[in-house]
Design a protein around this ligand. Sequence first.
Ligand code: ADP
Length: 397
Amino acid sequence: MKILVINCGSSSLKYQLIDMENESVLAKGLCERIGINGSMLTHKAPGKDNYVVEKDMPTHKEAIELVMAALTDAKYGVIKSTDEITAVGHRVLHGGNTYTESIVVNPDVKKVIRECFDLGPLHNPANLMGIEACEAAMPGKPNVAVFDTSFGMGMEEKAYLYAIPYEYYEKYKVRRYGFHGTSHMFVSREAIKFGNLKKDAKVIVCHLGNGASVSASIGGKCVDTSMGLAPLEGIIMGTRSGDVDPTILQFICNHEKIDVNQMLNILNKKSGILGMSGVSSDFRDVGKAAAEGNKRAQVGLDAYDYRIAKYIGAYTAAMNGVDAICFTAGVGENDKDCRKRICAYLGYLGVKIDDERNNIRGEERVISTDDSKVKVMLIPTNEELAIARETLALTTK
Ligand code: ADP
């Protein structure tokens, strides 16, 4: 059985075709610059040359058509016909307050995705376009929506409600949703399996990529997570500020004569490690600058580690303990020094890192010592596989 996984951004479309017999990737690719001049598709299949198509893609519909053509291409393709695809799984950013789990798409699901446009203005419209493009290209084929917010729906009210007038929750569903849910779900479950932990293990996952978040879960069910109504809250990210005192918005708006939309743009795109260091949003560049003596870069990295360590402490308290701490995504999987620096804050939990085990990139491994009181693990995230598993489970019952 083959599952196609689609992840639409506002001007991009990533895809993977996964053979669920052995969970191997048959082909994957990316359509870039959809709706912009110079759109192009890059298609990769193991054992074949890369296939690049430069062709206008005014909308996601044309992009999906090109993906289908690439997948079935005589030379670069991996299937004879799209009939071989069992179902399509879509990453959907926001399911609002309605969906606590993935679901097979029907008109009601599309309505909810549409209703959440203002909660996910960049992603939800693109996600819906991707779904409708697949419906048009493969009529009758089941499409499954896997929401980035589903994992966070496991939280209790005390964790997801903000201390603002309750009417805003009632009127506008203002609450903590959390994002990277597919990744947190995948990594927390994988940690229990790979780490041989008990079923109801208390796990903290640090998803440290360009966007970054921390979650706490018990037995794979979310207790708390650092992102909020939108992916801006929480730890320091590549370009996003994470937690700030809201008064800062008013203060800077007044001084700089800008409005709240411009301010949010600054908090989303010009802040984080980029804003603090003034060097880059890429942690490799910031690390290099710090090593060369750039003070702002060093302080940025120190603040980054410190904020993550504070979240780990808070989540340990929230769960009254922690059995495992996992690192994942770009920085978490590749930067051994960052993992070590964060864990250096956690001596009070009995965390001990084994430097030799920690000297690794992108591989599933326990990186703590045998006598560490908490298991620390590197678990590479695989959101596409998580989406494919959800899609298979919902369409082959
Ligand atoms: P996203 O999916 O949010 O774009 P990723 O999970 O792909 O992010 O992570 C991208 C980030 O990972 C890059 O910004 C880069 O800073 C960081 N990264 C990748 N490799 C390394 C490395 N070897 N050391 C430090 N940071 C790294």
